[in-house]
Write a protein of this length. Structure first.
Length: 125
C-alpha cells in the first residue's frame, strides 16, 4: 500500500469500511468487555450487601466493607459508559440507563444492545 493510499495516522474510520473501522469496532468491544466485568463484579457484591443489610441480617461490619466498594463500582460504571459516549461510540442513553436502573442491570442491557449494533455494523451489506 503506497503512502498516498494509507489512511491518516490516528484515524479511526475509513471511507471503505476497512481496517480502521475494524480497529474501532474491536476497541468498542474491548471497552464493553470491561463494562460487563465491572457490572458483574458489582452484582456479585450487591448480593451479599443486600443480605447484610438491616432488613435481612443486620450485619453492619459487612455493610461497612462492601458498601463503599459497591459505590465505587457504581460510579465506575457510570464513568465508563460516559467515556464511551464522549468518544461517540454510543449515545448518552447508555450512562442514563445505568443511572436510572441503579447500575449493573442497565449496563448489561446497554451492553447487549450495543454489541448487537456492532455485530450488525460488521455484516456485509
Amino acid at each position: 500500500m503506497s503512502d498516498s493510499t494509507k489512511p491518516p495516522q490516528g484515524s479511526t474510520t475509513s471511507a471503505s469500511g476497512g481496517p480502521a473501522t475494524e480497529v474501532n469496532r474491536r476497541r468498542r468491544m474491548l471497552f464493553l468487555n470491561i463494562i460487563a466485568w465491572v457490572a458483574v463484579a458489582d452484582v456479585l457484591l450487591l448480593i451479599p450487601l443486600v443480605w447484610a443489610s438491616r432488613w435481612v441480617a443486620d450485619r453492619h461490619d459487612i455493610v461497612g466493607l462492601l458498601g463503599p466498594v459497591h459505590g465505587f463500582l457504581f460510579i465506575a460504571l457510570i464513568g465508563l459508559c460516559a467515556y464511551g459516549s464522549l468518544q461517540k461510540w454510543w449515545g448518552w442513553w447508555f450512562p442514563v440507563l445505568v443511572v436510572v436502573t441503579l447500575g449493573p442491570l442497565g449496563s448489561l442491557i446497554g451492553d447487549w444492545i450495543i454489541r448487537r449494533q456492532i455485530r450488525e455494523e460488521g455484516k456485509p451489506a
